[in-house]
Design a protein around this ligand. Structure first.
Ligand code: ASP
Length: 429
């Protein structure tokens, strides 16, 4: 009995020495023959002399869904590796990927860059899913693309702290293994989402901050850069304007919860955009909005892979002019990011303080677990955010059956979705 065609399968493996490792890729060469590339992150060739990377071939007629004999390469002195046990099943479902690039008053001159950035992230993430790759790899790849794009408030090009530095937060969560990895207040990492993945895979801990996070990432091979490499002149100007507003006594509104009267109800936010002639593409949207509703450009992704696993990732430079050391919702488990195969995967963007107080990501996934459709739960989450604490933001929510919801009560939210049917992007829901 074989699987045809082969698909990506993760294995958990115990060497003869007792060393455990996982994270393998089965690459189909044809419907009957596959190349297995086995990486041994925990083995290091120390205890059992396993090679760090092993290539071998498998024929589909020898494959059993529950157990695969491993023809391993060992030095003569080491005990042989025994078996590899699949921990995921062959791909059986249509994968889905959703991404967002922040919910705020996206100005007209930034609209095209937001949509093309979101599209590039979808393409990178969906390329992994369509080859049978994992939801976790897909969300990491999508968010890496968005961090690398200076359009967004993540990675290079992020908003600046009040002292003119970039401080980044990111979280990644695997809903199949219920593993999470997060970093906050990092200043010397180009891609904090990759550091979050290292935390998830390589540490018994879940969350690292500041210098400790940077040291951990560096110890696991990530380059440390100069903070100035993450700072754009555009952001220096934006900070100067924000601080001028602050001096004029206007900046308290950032966290005060005051909001525009005409943008109150998330149920009508899209309508109100319509009635303004799709003015999400208009700078007039920014006028009159408090800073809390203007400056949200965090990025995030949620995915369902062909094996039925969910994952979520969120990455941010936080809010404009934030006090150094401030951490928002984005990288906190259950606030700006959460994934559980038994519930849903979620990524949020918006004014972080209200989102944190409501633990809004978990609130939304709990509703899906309790039977709500994600499209309803997403709208309810944004209504709850506004009605309870006057918060502004946006959400992408994906259920284990592939149903999804998107909602925002800001003038715009850059979003995109990829399914086997194709890619779609937009700036309002
Ligand atoms: N939620 C982020 C924060 O408060 C900001 C954003 O979404 O743009 O740090």
């Amino acid at each position: 009995m074989g699987i045809a065609p082969f698909s990506y399968i993760q294995f958990r493996r115990t060497c003869g020495s007792g060393t455990k490792s996982s994270g393998e890729i089965l690459t189909p060469l044809s419907s009957r023959f596959a190349l297995v590339v086995l990486r041994l992150p925990d083995c290091h060739g120390i205890q059992c002399n396993c090679r760090r990377v092993i290539f071998f071939f498998v024929f589909s007629h020898l494959y059993r869904p529950t157990r695969l004999l491993l023809f391993d390469i060992h030095s003569r002195s080491s005990p042989p590796c025994s078996t590899m046990i699949p921990v995921t099943t062959p791909a059986t479902r249509d994968p889905t990927l959703l991404v967002h690039g922040g919910a705020w008053a996206i100005p007209a001159d930034a609209a095209a860059a937001h949509e093309s950035g979101v599209r590039a992230a979808l393409e990178a993430g969906y390329a992994i899913l369509s080859l049978g790759g994992s939801a976790l790899d897909a969300v990491q790849a999508a968010v890496t693309v968005l961090e690398d794009d200076p359009t967004f408030d993540a990675g290079r090009g992020s908003f600046l702290t009040s002292d003119g530095r970039v401080q980044l937060d990111a979280l990644l969560m695997d809903g199949g293994r219920m593993k999470a990895g997060g970093v906050a207040c990092v200043e010397r990492l180009r891609n904090p989402i990759q550091a979050a993945r290292l935390v998830l895979e390589e540490s018994p801990h879940v969350y690292f901050v500041a210098e400790g996070a940077e040291r951990f990432a560096a110890a696991h091979g990530m380059a440390l850069i100069d903070n100035a490499d993450l700072v754009l002149p555009r952001e220096r100007d934006r900070l100067a304007q924000a601080q001028a507003r602050q001096s004029a006594g206007l900046a308290d509104e950032t966290f005060s919860g005051q909001i525009l009267r005409d943008d109150k109800d998330p149920e009508t936010a899209a309508l109100s955009n319509e009635s303004r002639g799709k003015s999400a593409n208009s700078t007039t949207h920014a006028e009159g909005l408090p800073p809390s509703a203007k400056d949200h450009d965090t990025v995030g992704a949620v995915a369902l892979d062909g094996h039925g696993n969910l994952a979520a990732a969120t990455s941010t430079g936080g809010t404009l002019n934030k006090t150094p050391g401030r951490v928002g919702d984005s990288s906190l488990i259950g606030c700006g990011c959460y994934a559980d195969n038994l519930a849903a995967a979620v990524s949020l963007t918006g004014w972080g303080e209200p989102i944190m107080k409501l633990v809004l990501g978990k609130w939304a996934t709990d509703r899906v677990a309790a039977g709500s459709a994600p499209e309803i739960a997403a709208r309810e989450a944004i209504s709850y955010l506004y009605n309870r604490l006057g918060g502004h933001g946006g959400i992408i929510l994906l259920g284990p059956d592939g149903r999804f919801g998107l909602a925002h009560n800001t003038p715009a939210m850059a979003w995109g979705i990829a399914t086997p049917g194709g890619l779609q992007t937009g700036l309002t829901i």
